[in-house]
Write a protein that binds this ligand. Sequence first.
Ligand code: DUC
Ligand code: ZN
Ligand code: ZN
Ligand code: ZN
Length: 436
Amino acid sequence: MGFDDVVTNGIVVTAAETLPLGIEIGIKDGKISCLGTSLPRFSHTQIIDAKGGMITPGGVDSHVHFAQDNSPTGDNFTTGSRSAIAGGTTTVLAFASQLKTEDSVLPCIKDYHTRAADRSYCDYGFHLILSNPTPNIMTSEMPLLIEQGITSVKLYMTYEPLKLGDSDLLNVLMSARELGFTTMVHAENSDIISLITDRLEANGHTAPYFHATSRPQIAENEATYRIISLAELTSTPILIVHMSSEIAMKHVRKAQTRMLPIHAETCPQYLFLLSERLKGSEKDQFSGAKCVCSPPLRHDPKDLEAMWRGIANGTFTTFSSDHAPSTYDHPGGKKLGLKDGIMRYKNIPNGVPGVETRIPLLFNHAGSSPSSRLTLQRFVQLTSSDPAKLYGLEGVKGNIAPGYDADLVIWYPDRDEGEELAALDGFEGKDCVGSG
Ligand code: DUC
Ligand code: ZN
Ligand code: ZN
Ligand code: ZN
């Protein structure tokens, strides 16, 4: 009987509204059981005093790479989820990645569950990266996975070991329409990138900065328009991940104004960083390697502004980290992409960290002051409630309402940096979300 916890004295902020001070949150068995004023206390009730704080639903980062084979020095579920909690993210959706040689994905999913089980500080779930969508997988295995709570796949239009041609893309989209899973797409034109890369290489242009040259906006633009066309043809909703350029984002906006179910995601790096970062420092030119991600950082500040516009006006449904760090130094002081003094951007692992900093970076710009970039409601939608809805967690994550998991973040906007938030995901243990 009674609440295990009552969170009091804070201002509750959800995707829909900001509630007046005085509304308390009653928690029982890891779930929110009610919101109200002067909730009854019992002898065992723990009071969490959020005085001066703003309470939002726990963050849902729907795009993180943990424990993947192609990133041997990347984060695993222990280190990555610890960073997630420190940054107000209480649920992550990571990737289980099929190898092109595999004609069943069931062992892959089992393997990735083992990589996460008992190692995560936060709740987690998986998307499936499909690199070989055989008829058997699409017709027999996908329905089983959906039953297990894996309701989304990621498709790549680039990267040799992962990329799908249009015919495979169309087949997966047809199957998504029939079965109702969500399709995420990495949209960059692979052949454009290969052609430029070969020519840069032949001319000795291989420093980290040329990573951005090798993946121009037109590669993102073409692939974005193409996947939207394929989605329109098959009447299938899609989400284009990690969008970086205005020219490509405009295709999404245009499709949305035609009422097509085209969703898009952007990431902190495309709001804050430009390609000049790839030049590194004077002392260590190779340090630009730390900013190698794909799509690459763009040259023009106008693209950053455009991404901010998409954040504010609803073009983007999700704001994820694409967290995919690698260590800079390897055993013996070796650096990937630097050998015998020669820099080769092609050998630098793609990806930047972000699971810890994603939400605080956006929170700094959320509010109702004239300099704010987005409202608090948009902030909650982008970082928590909309990714939850899109990936099968509606009713469980992403809201502060009866029946939802009691994953809460208390923000202290007026406190010093470093002290400003407390993420609470301790109430119901760390589950794999979905039943898988
Ligand atoms: N780009 C990706 O597509 N995946 C991981 C990291 C990155 O930068
Ligand atoms: Zn990607
Ligand atoms: Zn990614
Ligand atoms: Zn939880």
